[in-house]
Design a protein around this ligand. Structure first.
Ligand SMILES: Nc1ncnc2c1ncn2[C@@H]1O[C@H](COP(=O)(O)OP(=O)(O)OP(=O)(O)O)[C@@H](O)[C@H]1O
Length: 283
C-alpha cells in the first residue's frame, strides 16, 4: 500500500468558533492507482489533500489527527525538514488556477528548471530535460515555448506547464485539485486525457479532487464521496456509479449532464432528503 489514511480529522479553531472540516475519514491508494474524491464545495476535499503535505496552518489554528501513512510512515509525525523531502518529490500538486502556481516574472522554462534543480540530482542538462517535459505534457514547439512567460500562454497551456513542473519531481502521488475547473469543456477533456496518459507512462498514483462526477467515469479506479467532512461512500468507480448506496452519491450522479438527453435544467440536490441512511438495496 502506497498511502493509507486512517481516521483523519481536521479542525480549524477560530477565535469564536470551531470548524470540524474533516470528521474521521479513511482511504487508501496503491501505486499507479487513481482515486477521485468527489463532493461539493466545502465538503473537506481540499483540506484533506493539503493535510498530506502539511500545507495547512499549524496548531492550534488547525489541528490534524489520525494517520497518513506513506509507505508505512506517518507523515503527520514528520518534522518540517523531513516534510520538505515529501513535498513535490513524493507528493506533488496541481491546483485549480494555473496562474496561482506560476510566477508571472519568470519564463515557464526557468520555472520548470528550478523544480528540476531542487529535486533531481540525476539531471545534468536542465534545459534539455525541461524541453522534453514540455513535450511530454503536449506543448508543441516546446523549444520555442520554453522562453514564453505565463501571460503568453492560454489557460490550458499554463495548466500543462504546471503539470510538467509536478512531473519534474517524479512524484509517487500527483494530487490534482479541481485541475480543470478554470478551463472550458474541450480543454478540460484534453487535460483529463493528458493525466490519464501520464498515469500510465509514469506509473504515478493520482488523487483527483472534483465536484464533478462526470469526469470521474473512465478515469478513476476508485471514488470516495465526501459530504460535510465525512466519506459517505467509497468503492470501485464502476460499482459506485452503477449502484450508489448513499442518497448524496445518487444526487451527484443525477447532476451529470447526459449527451442526447434534453434537460431543461440540472437537478438540484435536495438536502432534506439526505440522511445518514443508505439507500435500500431495492431502491
Ligand atoms: N484556513 C482555514 N481556516 C478556517 N477554515 C477553513 C480553512 N480552510 C478551509 N476551511 C474550512 O474547511 C472546510 C472544508 O474546506 P475545503 O476547502 O476542504 O472544501 P472543498 O470540499 O475542497 O471545497 P472547494 O471545492 O470549495 O475547495 C470548509 O468549511 C472551509 O470553510
Amino acid at each position: 500500500m502506497l498511502l493509507e489514511v486512517r481516521d483523519l480529522k481536521i479542525r480549524f479553531n477560530g477565535r469564536h468558533s470551531k470548524v470540524d472540516a474533516v470528521k474521521g475519514i479513511s482511504f487508501s491508494l496503491d501505486q499507479g492507482e487513481t482515486l477521485a474524491i468527489v463532493g461539493e464545495s466545502g465538503s473537506g476535499k481540499s483540506v484533506t489533500s493539503m493535510s498530506l503535505s502539511r500545507l495547512l496552518p499549524p496548531a492550534p489554528k488547525c489541528v490534524v489527527e489520525g494517520a497518513a501513512l506513506l509507505d508505512g510512515e506517518n507523515l503527520l509525525d514528520y518534522t518540517e525538514k523531513q516534510m520538505r523531502k515529501v513535498r513535490g518529490k513524493r507528493i506533488a500538486y496541481v491546483f485549480q488556477e494555473p496562474s496561482t502556481s506560476l510566477n508571472p516574472y519568470f519564463t515557464v522554462g526557468a520555472q520548470i528548471e528550478e523544480a528540476l534543480r531542487f529535486h533531481r540530482d540525476d539531471v545534468t542538462d536542465f534545459k534539455a530535460e525541461t524541453i522534453s517535459l514540455l513535450e511530454k505534457v503536449g506543448i508543441r514547439d516546446s523549444s520555442k515555448r520554453y522562453g514564453d512567460y505565463p501571460h503568453q500562454m492560454s489557460g490550458g497551456m499554463k495548466q500543462r506547464v504546471v503539470i510538467a513542473m509536478a512531473l519534474a519531481c517524479q512524484p509517487d502521488i500527483l494530487v490534482a485539485d479541481e485541475p480543470t475547473t478554470a478551463l472550458d469543456v474541450t480543454i478540460e477533456a484534453q487535460i483529463i486525457e493528458l493525466l490519464r496518459e501520464l498515469r500510465e507512462k509514469e506509473n504515478m498514483a493520482i488523487i483527483l479532487i472534483t465536484h464533478n462526477f462526470g469526469i470521474v467515469d473512465g478515469f478513476a479506479d476508485k471514488v470516495a464521496v465526501m459530504y460535510r467532512g465525512e466519506i459517505v461512500e467509497q468503492g470501485e468507480t464502476k460499482q459506485v456509479l452503477a449502484s450508489p448506496k448513499h442518497e448524496y452519491t445518487s444526487a451527484l450522479i443525477r447532476c451529470i449532464p447526459q449527451l442526447g438527453v434534453k434537460q431543461r435544467r440540472l437537478p438540484v440536490v435536495d438536502y432534506s432528503e439526505i440522511g445518514k441512511k443508505e439507500i435500500a438495496a431495492d431502491a
